[in-house]
Design a protein. Structure first.
Length: 546
């Protein structure tokens, strides 16, 4: 046999190496070097991708999912999305060659799932149309169009002064227990006839609080078009970190089909905390306030995915309402300023206003929508034009007026009007209001038709007026709803209707007192327990005994 030439040797060696590489690539396996606190260091996964799903084999023979986050020279830092107590040193880790993904489609509506798409509501498997990666690049500017269609929240103060458009990112910010989640729940409930799919992402909340939200949505019939992604406080930091991206991916599925979706992240303060925990355990260097340096990118890459797509690619939209919890109203802290600089405006809820009984406790001075009037129907734009200015003037004068008693007539007039406007903006929970009813109520308030009504009677006036408009002047409401503007003719009819209503208006409280029924502080009613009626039965709304 002749001797092999050098090029033949190199060709045989190249073939052997390629064959070896192919054999290795079919299943790349690593070993756990150390594990604890939901973090594992893995040796041997040379070709693993950033954010690739890994499979850990634990001592019980079960497979636990992980996610590769730190790609270092000699090892991979991975986070474990599940129970790490049975994963031992030396355990086998396999690549899946799949990025972290979540099931999407019509099948996830009405369901409660965790951050990796596992159902938590006991209703069986999810019928998903496909699995999509939780992290994708946000659409570029060419793929977008301006935000110009309103997303009605049903809350007067927001729709009139801080309007939200479809495709906008509006931050809801305030201390704990100031009504942030209530505003968001009402917004979801108000989408019943607006054809908007909703995704509510609960991050780091108590399971009982999430159960309360799900039952409130169920009761209002809103779960039919809503998905709840629950990464509660009892779950690992890993799942809390993934949850908003999973919720966003579910919303994007609808946006890419040309539909409108709304995703709520409640709340991103806890999301940042979960991320900080993971990163410090992965030995990433802390920066300001012990957060890792890329914590801004954490939220910017999430919120940039909200968009109104151009008509060429379907014209769908994804609106994002992130929530941030402040401490003692400090909106200049690190995470709040980060998110304020990413979003298109903020709704600031003030604890002092909340405690003073102004609910929703929206501070109009610190709240802004950077989309503004583009996200309002013409009718609302017209009637609410001066509302914000009037309220801010009133707030300044009110703080000034408490020092002096001698006020000129114009100041008294401003204070009087401001009190009525403030009372008119109060709204009960779970009572979102159709936009046409908002328009007629605000029209009455800003045009001085409430100036002679006692401030305490304003909510009662509003309730009776709305009933009156629905019963007797439905054509005015229909005109505002369909034409989305107040024509001169509609305006004249509306003025006439309000004047006629005011002539006959009698506060319910007076009617009840005349009927011998006391009213309590809250404006509710309770029967006066007399000798004839020892039970003091609750009267109904008309003040009659049940």
């Amino acid at each position: 046999m002749g001797r092999l030439r050098p090029e033949e040797i190199s060709s045989i060696l190249r073939g052997a190496i390629t064959d070896y590489e192919n054999r290795v690539r079919t299943e790349e396996v690593g070993q756990v070097l150390e594990v604890g606190d939901g973090i594992a260091r893995v040796h041997g996964l040379q070709n693993v991708m950033y954010q690739e799903m890994l499979e850990f084999e634990d001592a019980r023979g079960e497979r636990i999912t992980g996610l590769a986050l730190n790609l270092e020279e000699d090892n991979v830092g991975a986070i474990i999305a599940g129970d790490d107590t049975h994963i031992l040193e030396g355990a086998t880790v396999r690549r899946t060659e799949k990025l972290a993904s979540v099931p999407v489609g019509q099948g996830v509506l009405g369901r409660v799932i965790n951050a990796v798409g596992v159902p938590m509501d006991g209703k069986g498997e999810i019928e998903a149309e496909q699995d999509v990666p939780v992290e994708v690049v946000a659409p570029g500017i060419i793929k977008r169009q301006p935000v110009k269609e309103p997303l009605q929240t049903g809350i007067k103060a927001i729709d009139a002064m801080i309007p939200i458009g479809r495709g906008q990112r509006e931050l809801v910010i305030g201390d704990r227990k100031t009504g942030k989640s209530s505003i968001l729940l009402d917004t979801i409930i108000n989408q019943a006839d607006q054809d908007v799919k909703c995704i509510y992402v609960a991050i780091g909340q108590r399971d009982s609080a999430v159960a309360g939200i799900v039952s409130a949505l169920d009761e209002a019939g809103a779960m039919d078009y809503t998905t709840v992604v629950n990464a509660s406080a009892s779950q690992s930091a890993t799942l809390q970190y993934l949850a908003p991206y999973a919720g966003c991916a579910i919303g994007e599925y609808f946006m890419n089909r040309g539909e409108d979706a709304l995703v709520i992240y409640d709340d991103l303060s806890k999301h940042a905390t979960a991320y900080r925990q993971m990163m410090l355990l992965l030995r990433r260097p802390p920066g300001r306030e012990a957060y890792p340096g890329d914590v801004f990118y954490l939220h910017s890459r999430l919120l940039e995915r909200a968009a109104r797509l151009s008509d060429d690619i379907g014209g769908g939209s994804l609106t994002a309402l992130p929530v941030i919890e402040t401490k003692a109203g400090d909106i200049s802290a690190y995470i709040p300023t980060n998110v304020i600089s990413i979003t298109d405006g903020q709704i600031f809820l003030d604890a002092d206003l909340f405690n003073a009984g102004q609910r929703p406790a929206i501070d109009t001075g610190n709240s802004v929508s950077r989309v503004g009037g583009s996200a309002q129907i013409k009718a609302m734009k017209k009637v609410a034009g001066t509302l914000r200015l009037d309220l801010n003037q009133y707030r300044e004068l009110a703080s000034f007026a408490q020092f002096g008693s001698d006020l000129d007539r114009a100041t008294q007039q401003t204070l009087n009007r401001g009190e009525r406007l403030t009372a008119m903006l109060k709204q009960e929970e779970r009572d979102p209001m159709p936009v046409e009813e908002q328009v007629v109520v605000i029209f009455a308030a800003t045009n001085g038709y409430l100036d002679d009504v006692e401030t305490d009677d304003v909510p009662d006036w509003e309730r009776q007026f709305r009933d009156y408009m629905r019963d007797s002047h439905d054509e005015i409401l229909s005109s505002v709803r369909d034409e989305q503007q107040i024509s001169d003719e509609t305006g004249a009819s509306l003025r006439e209707a309000i004047e006629r209503f005011n002539e006959n208006y009698e506060p319910e409280s007076r009617g009840l007192v005349a009927a011998g029924v006391e009213t309590d502080q809250e404006g509710g009613t309770h029967g006066a327990a007399t000798g004839d009626d020892p039970t003091g039965d609750q009267p109904n709304a008309a003040g009659e005994r049940s």
